[in-house]
Write a protein that binds this ligand. Structure first.
Ligand code: ADP
Ligand code: MG
Length: 704
């Protein structure tokens, strides 16, 4: 074996994490074993154990310079929340004692009244609680000045126990899918598995912009996206940015970022230039979904901090710039057993293949049956600019399996032999299963849900979103299919026959969801409609699918969300949608009235004066007059539109019902912002750059 050396990279990796390794080193053996039982098997944690853990956690943090601790949680705003408390307790002699008890570790009571609760609060209690989620390790957050805070990952719930955060349903869904997957495995004779855990590796796209330019754009500062801006003469048509050489300055930034991430145990792995100019991507090595979710939230926070150090700002919005690609997160998802087997890996033995085909069928069934809520899991006003808006990926959910897998499934369901190249494969039977080759080389970049050899890549997730929602929904819908299959397999006398039946039925009833072609084509939209697949074009319609009887039954059956929790989330997401567009419209009005119209007036003045003088000197003014008329015509149009937008905004604000309000913003306000943009963008092309008040697309995209 090669000697393990203390390289810089291995030394800093996880250095700010109270990991299992640290706990094992520092905690008494008995305490560590008991804690591990809680972490891995969900056994209750006694206060006695918590006290010992808290003391050591505090000592470790203080040795590393921490002065404060916080319960770190993920409210329904989609970002994270923290409230710092120092470790100090003064005694009556004027000394300070540093204290941190098991109770303080386990439970916190932040004021819940300012977090979104979607009605759960008014019907119940204003109080909210945070509880230690010991499945995710505590970590230290450092500022650039060296201030250090101990962060304890927690879940956030109401007085009566309703989930007020993104983590609780995710953790519940992990239990649900584990239970059902284990049943399937046991039915298949795989008795050793006790637990199955979803794994996720989110590939994250983002844009960078010069901070100085960012500060000159109110729209970027308040909305995260440009509401105005004529296209730059160069877009992404030369395809020269994707995987292109990374500029030194960006490499420097990325390395700085990676180091910060590594300290937190986030395994930042891949980095590259993305398709659009000034767009980039980072992918971590995959992890259990709950930890991947925490890590992705932290990533979104840390990238902002590190970008600022380099005079940059990171744009996480799904569509910062019109006309070029937006940003998403590719949510790579699979299932792993507690003995380390990837259940979506086709494997080498017939037995493994049988298992694989069952899990694959469970996914196909789940995705087809619950297209609507999977679509809803990624629905935000920001992501509406991507999904179905002529760019990757479309709003129609389908699965890419590749030709080989599709053919295998079809052959099995038709009782035919599968034959490939020189090899002949027999129809399904435990000892004569087809060999499924692992290198699924055919890639389909247009599919929203693509099988990539040993995992599925869900590409609809928006770049600014928490990955908790898409994953708790994915886990739950797959749990349901596995539950149904397990019930059948447990009763079956001939497992391979029953498996064949399950595959057959899945293909017959849900095969329509498989599509290996070009998802961006017009033909697919028509074909999908023929197949009866859903094409939900906007976030409001998508979220409506979350409050159907079907969805309610699903989430209550698997105890992932109660009816109250489901409806409260719907309220919150509708409110967020309306508020986001309200902010966009107010920002647009402000920019037009205070920046674009005044700049236009200024130039109209200059041009008019020039024309007047030219006329006095008998110079031909026809071209200048045409220009002036064009400018005045756009100016007048913009003035009219901005006033209308203002009026509509007042109307919208008088609506109290959240769905009605969201629909009003979608139908009446949003199109008006886009329409106003047309005039302003035209004016940008007519007015000299030294008068135009905001940085242009060329500035923002190419001055990095
Ligand atoms: P590709 O380039 O083919 O999309 P990569 O190997 O770069 O695939 O992986 C993309 C992401 O998928 C990475 O974050 C990676 O860690 C993750 N990934 C790989 N295997 C799994 C798995 N079994 N479960 C979840 N994510 C995975
Ligand atoms: Mg990928």
């Amino acid at each position: 074996m090669r000697e393990k050396k203390d390289y810089y990279i291995t030394k800093i990796f996880g250095s700010n994490v109270f990991s299992k390794k640290v706990m094992k080193e520092r905690l008494p053996g008995e305490t560590y074993r008991k804690l591990l039982k809680t972490i891995e098997e969900g056994m209750p944690l006694s206060l006695e154990v918590a006290n010992v853990v808290a003391e050591e956690m505090k000592n470790w943090a203080i040795e590393k310079g921490a002065t404060h601790y916080t319960h770190w949680f993920q409210p329904l705003t989609g970002s994270t929340a923290e409230k710092h408390d120092s470790f100090i307790t003064p005694d009556d002699e004027g000394n300070s004692i540093l204290e941190f008890s098991g109770k303080q570790l386990i439970k916190g009571e932040p004021d819940a009244s300012s977090f979104p609760s979607g009605g759960l609060r008014s019907t119940f209690e204003a109080r909210g609680y945070t509880a230690w989620d010991c499945t995710s390790p505590a970590f230290l957050k450092e500022t650039d000045e060296g201030d250090t805070v101990l962060c304890i990952p927690t879940v956030f719930y109401s007085y009566t126990g309703e989930a007020l955060d993104k983590k609780i349903p995710l953790l519940r869904s992990m239990d649900a899918i584990s239970k059902q997957a284990v049943r399937v495995l046991h039915a298949l004779g795989n008795q050793n598995v006790k637990k199955v855990i979803p794994t996720v590796g989110p590939e994250q796209e983002y844009f960078l912009i010069e901070k100085e330019l960012y500060l000159k754009r109110l729209d970027l500062m308040l909305c995260g996206r440009t509401l105005f801006g004529a296209p730059a003469p160069k877009g992404q048509e030369l395809e020269d940015h994707y995987f292109g050489p990374i500029k030194d300055r960006i490499t420097k930034f990325m390395t700085d970022l990676d180091k910060e991430l590594w300290k937190l145990g986030i395994a930042a792995k891949t980095r590259h230039n993305e398709v659009a100019p000034a767009q980039f991507e980072m992918a971590p090595y995959f992890n259990y979904v709950n930890i991947a979710t925490d890590h992705n939230q932290l990533w979104m926070e840390i990238i902002q901090k590190v970008a600022l150090r380099h005079g940059l700002v990171c744009l996480l919005h799904e569509k910062p710039y019109a006309g070029i690609n937006g940003s998403g997160k590719h949510n790579n998802w699979s299932l792993i057993t507690d003995n380390g087997v990837n259940l979506l890996d086709p494997g080498n033995t017939p037995h493994e293949n049988l298992q694989f085909l069952i899990f694959l069928s469970a996914l196909i069934k789940a995705i087809d049956k619950h297209q609507d809520i999977l679509r809803a899991s990624c629905a935000t006003s920001g992501n509406d600019h991507r999904l179905g808006a002529n760019e990757a990926p479309p709003a129609i959910i389908s699965i890419f399996l590749g030709d080989e897998l599709t053919e295998i499934l079809e052959k099995i369901s038709n009782d035919e032999r599968y034959q490939k190249k020189d090899k002949v494969f027999m129809k399904l039977g435990v000892d004569t299963l087809p060999h499924i080759s692992k290198d699924n080389t055919d890639r389909n970049r247009t599919s929203p849900f693509a099988f990539t050899g040993n995992k599925f890549e869900f590409r609809m997730v928006g770049s600014s979103m928490s990955i908790a929602d898409p994953n708790f929904i994915l886990n739950t819908i797959v749990a349901e299919s596995l539950d149904e299959f397990a019930t059948r397999l447990e009763k079956a006398s001939d497992i391979s026959k029953e498996t064949t039946e399950i595959i057959k039925e899945t293909i017959k009833n849900h095969g329509r969801i498989i599509f290996n072609g070009n998802n961006y084509s017009e033909e697919w939209v028509k074909e999908a409609e023929k197949r009866g697949l859903l094409n939900i074009k906007n976030a409001v319609d998508a979220h409506k699918c979350m409050i159907t009887k079907k969805t309610e039954d699903l989430f209550t059956k698997y105890e992932v969300l109660s009816k109250e929790e489901l409806y409260s989330r719907f309220e919150i997401y509708m409110e967020q949608y309306a508020k986001q567009i309200a902010i966009e419209s107010k920002t647009a009005i402000k920019m037009v009235k205070r920046q674009y119209l005044p700049a236009t007036i200024k130039y109209i003045g200059i041009l008019s004066e020039t024309i007047l003088k030219a006329k006095q000197n008998n110079v031909d003014t026809d071209s200048m007059m045409t220009m002036l008329k064009d400018i005045i015509s756009s100016f007048e149009s913009a003035t009219k539109k901005v006033n209308e937008l203002e009026k509509e905004l007042n109307n919208a604000n008088n609506i109290s019902e959240s769905l009605e309000k969201a629909e009003y913003f979608r139908d009446k306000i949003f199109p008006k912002i886009s329409d106003l943009r047309k005039d302003i963008d035209l004016l940008e092309t007519l007015i000299p750059s030294d008068i135009w008040p905001t940085p242009t697309y060329s500035d923002m995209l190419y001055k990095l």
